[in-house]
Design a protein around this ligand. Structure first.
Ligand SMILES: Cc1cc2nc3c(=O)[nH]c(=O)nc-3n(C[C@H](O)[C@H](O)[C@H](O)COP(=O)(O)OP(=O)(O)OC[C@H]3O[C@@H](n4cnc5c(N)ncnc54)[C@H](O)[C@@H]3O)c2cc1C
Length: 543
């Protein structure tokens, strides 16, 4: 996947996508797969907006049963299955548990009935050939099972637990990169660090956009028959919004990452005891727990991803109020994620986000060739993409899941067999945990990286290979691109100084950075981590 701005300015695109978050990336993949000549531009790095701050849960839609929204349940089940199929290296089924303390419709009896319906609706989704990707039935589990799975839980009045399965995306940034690399395989042209500036319209028809290369500050024109604005909450201030009248409030959400809170393999949902009763989810993520989500109204619509210490303190306090066993302090936090979504209406509970996605198109604008998209879930981005393509060309058909090609990195038939094979191939050349780590981030691309590793000498040869791979194959241009959004080395905690310096030196050599540029990159990366979170990590075991 090469950053080719000449190509961007020479072609006339059937579909030009603005924004390289999950919605833009999934659309680029599906549009190119459906033979649309596709372009995508992203003003910062790919997946540097809200999409890198999702809690990584690939929802199976169980929650929509409570509102009897069967369409949304089916849609979520379908998307969970699709992702398990196209990106089997990144997405796995994840058990989820909610302790239940009351009887009745919203308690143990209601849940038992709900599970019967949900199991029926999801049984169709289990047609994937790899049994590891099947979703087990949901069930009501006993009190003792709950206490075994959630040690330390308040057991007074505990009746049992609701247990179901969602998916978990190990590395959300790599899923976006996988979509874009797969789109490139089908001819799509994508570029990061390119801003859309102005829509160009003639006779009420879109002709393209003026854009700016943010690395050189050079303006240029991109010709397009259709422009799709996938800029997330930036859409509020988008240059294409004059005709749109979108008045949803922006809300910010934060997730915190801590050392593993307890020994858990299941995500645990705990109900808060503050005035607005809501659930916090503690999901296992390797040796960490990722806890979400606390929501806030965004007063200035800033879209700055800087985390406020006061907001974090409130979150920590609320989680502690759920159950003293899960009390955490600021010092326990290794990383904080912050992202933005739209709320449903001003003045409502900030946790009430917009219920469903919105695609505004030809009928709403007085110009043809412009679509504005607001997605609400990382999980359903490909579904939204299909709806967009159907608006552009009604003859586009939804393909059966098993007929869809796997994403780059996901070309794996059977997970266990594949893992065994790569362990066999590379044993002696790398530690087993290194192989596992590489596999869970890069899937079938791990082999290529191992080959690159052998061309480097020295202690950090894998890190060198990953850095060069990110720059040459995945358009990484800044230190943060490599550390936060390609390798994931720094997306759960601040890497060690030695790792940061090594990657910066490797990039400086590859991209011919002068020393001032390198220092600037290091400072920018370090500033990304809020000052109030704990110190640096140990050097990575991936050397
Ligand atoms: C805290 C939190 C937790 C969440 N957890 C989950 C979860 O567990 N599961 C789930 O399914 N969903 C979750 N969500 C929702 C999900 O993350 C979002 O719906 C999704 O990431 C939005 O993606 P997007 O592509 O629309 O927007 P973004 O990821 O924000 O992408 C928009 C992109 O457009 C770019 N852009 C803006 N203006 C321009 C321009 N002029 N030119 C070029 N590019 C431009 C931006 O730089 C940005 O990269 C969560 C959300 C939050 C906030």
């Amino acid at each position: 996947m090469l950053r080719n701005l000449n190509k961007l300015s020479e072609e006339t695109f059937d579909v030009l996508i603005i924004g390289g978050g999950i919605h833009g990336a999934a659309l680029a993949w599906l549009a190119s797969l459906n033979n649309f000549n596709t372009g995508l531009i992203e003003k910062n790095d790919f997946c540097s907006g809200t999409s890198s701050n999702s809690q990584k849960i690939i929802h199976g839609g169980l929650r929509y049963l409570a509102s009897l929204n069967f369409n949304r349940v089916r849609q979520s089940i379908h998307e969970r299955t699709r992702l398990l199929w196209i990106a089997p290296h990144l997405i796995n089924p994840m058990p989820c548990i909610i302790p239940v303390y009351n009887h009745g419709f919203s308690g143990s009896e209601g849940m038992r009935i709900g599970f019967k319906i949900y199991n029926f609706l999801s049984s169709n989704g289990n047609k994937l050939p790899d049994p590891e990707k099947h979703i087990p039935d949901s069930s009501f589990i006993s009190r003792s099972e709950v206490l075994e799975l959630i040690p330390g839980l308040n057991s007074s009045k505990l009746l049992g637990g609701a247990k179901w399965y969602d998916g978990f995306c190990w590395n959300t940034e790599r899923l976006v990169i996988s979509y874009l690399k797969s789109a490139a395989k089908f001819g799509a042209v994508s570029a990061n660090y390119v801003s859309a500036e102005k829509l160009v319209v003639k006779n009420n028809k879109v002709e393209g956009i003026t854009a700016s290369d943010n690395l050189t500050k050079q303006p240029f024109f991109i010709k397009a028959k259709n422009v799709v604005d996938c800029t997330g909450t930036w859409i509020n201030r988008s240059l294409f919004n004059e005709k749109m009248k979108l008045v949803y409030p922006v809300i910010s959400g934060i997730n915190i990452v801590t050392q593993k809170l307890f020994n858990h393999e299941a995500a645990v949902g705990l109900s808060s005891k503050n005035e607005k009763s809501r659930y916090y989810f503690i999901a296992p993520w390797g040796d960490k727990s990722i806890i979400g989500t606390e929501w806030f109204y965004e007063k200035e619509n800033s879209n700055s991803f800087k985390v406020d210490e006061k907001e974090c303190l409130q979150f920590v306090k609320n989680v502690g109020s759920v159950d003293p066993s899960f009390k955490i302090n600021l010092e326990d936090i290794s990383y904080v994620q912050k992202g933005y979504v739209f709320g449903d209406k001003v003045g409502n509970d900030p946790s009430a986000s917009l219920g469903d996605f919105i695609i505004q198109g030809f009928n709403e604008h007085s110009i043809s060739g412009l679509l504005n998209v607001i997605g609400v879930k990382y999980t359903t981005a490909a579904f939204v993409a299909e709806e967009i393509l159907k608006k552009i060309n009604p003859s586009v058909k939804r393909k059966k899941i098993l007929d869809q090609p796997k994403l780059v990195g996901g070309e794996i038939e059977n997970l266990s067999k594949f893992k065994k094979e790569i362990h066999g191939k590379f044993s002696g050349k790398a530690a087993p945990e290194e192989i596992d780590w590489l596999f869970s981030n890069y899937g079938s691309e791990a082999e290529e990286i191992f080959k690159m590793k052998s061309s480097f000498n020295g202690k950090k040869d894998l890190m060198a290979a990953l850095t060069i791979f990110s720059v040459k194959e995945e358009m990484a241009r800044s230190l943060s691109d490599v550390i936060l959004r390609r390798t994931g080395i720094g997306s759960a905690e601040k890497p060690s100084d030695s790792d940061i310096n090594f990657i910066a030196d490797t990039m400086a050599e590859e991209l011919k950075w002068i020393s001032e540029k390198k220092e600037k990159e290091i400072n920018q990366l370090k500033n990304h981590y809020p000052a109030f979170i704990s110190g640096y990590a140990e050097e990575k075991t991936i050397n």
